[in-house]
Design a protein around this ligand. Sequence first.
Ligand SMILES: *Cc1c(COP(=O)(O)O)cnc(C)c1O
Length: 365
Amino acid sequence: MDANDTIPFSSPWLRFNHFGDKLNAAFQRVASSNSYILGNEVAQFETAFSQYIGTKYCVGVNSATDGLTLSLMALGIKPGDEVITAGLTAPATVTAILQAGATPVVVDVLDATLCINPAEIRKAITKNTKAIIPVHLHGFACEMDEIMAIAAEYNLFVIEDCSQAHGASFNEKKLGSIGDCGVFSFYPTKNLGCMGDGGAITTNNVSIATQLKALRNYGLQDNIVAEAGINSRLDEVQAAILNMLLPALDDYNESRRKYANLYHEGLKGLLLRLPPMDSNAVYHQFPVRIENRDKFRDQLKKEGVLTGIHYNKAINQHEAFKPYCRPLPVAKKAAEELVSLPIQPEILDRDFEMIVDKIKLVLSQ
Ligand SMILES: *Cc1c(COP(=O)(O)O)cnc(C)c1O
């Protein structure tokens, strides 16, 4: 097999290219609009996305990292306040807490879903705890009923990190509509991804939404800055692309679930631990676990199948985050074993059977 036959792990261009003339029209519409920042495309997307998630408000921002920071700011989180989050996540989640000036408290995850362990949240609560950021990792929901109960008991805010969970749900509610705020990333490889950086915050609370709109735009509200903000706006080009993609999101997620089920059928009985089967998940990744992970990945690569790892470090294995972490044995063990198999619909529509065959071949060697 030569290099040209290699199956990529992700390919946003295949998704964009599929839209052809519509993609060109989106660019043209923005170019000729003469309004490039906080114009019609952003307003239209905010309305459509809040309807899709089922919240009253949506505020477009530059990234999920900023979205998390801005949510903490809008909720009044201050230096000295503690924010509890998960030990297996994108470094961005923890960076965002530090960027807001608060103190992260990082706790371990559940072995089954690799989402934050509610029992560990309880143990980490102090008089300084103000908020919880559950991360819906790989497109699976956190234990939101338990988390919301803990938050109610201790009077804590909940900010859902939905960067990997666009369209996933828990008890019939879309993720991002359960906590005080839901934060989404539109990084190109996410389930809903644009052609650069982008993010959004969903909320049902009008005063949080109003503050977020000021905070993303220097802090300006009615020409006055009462509280200093930052510059973190979703731009018109990215919003136009998101307006094009959003109507297709449910189909993309349905394809991801279809392929997840086919992986479960095709790979059962092998020396791989498969992720949960969950019809409410959106399989941002299809993470399998295997001892000798690096060898497995190398062998697959030689067979022309590229894979990813999400993530190869628990949060306490990053120098900058060590001081903020409780012991993370479950996250660390997962970080040694995880391999993400290709799950993007655009890729699997062409090559799914070949990928399964190559995995079987490699595991029989
Ligand atoms: C991608 C991601 C982020 C960061 O998103 P950006 O838009 O790049 O800032 C944060 N949290 C999680 C769980 C992510 O997957």
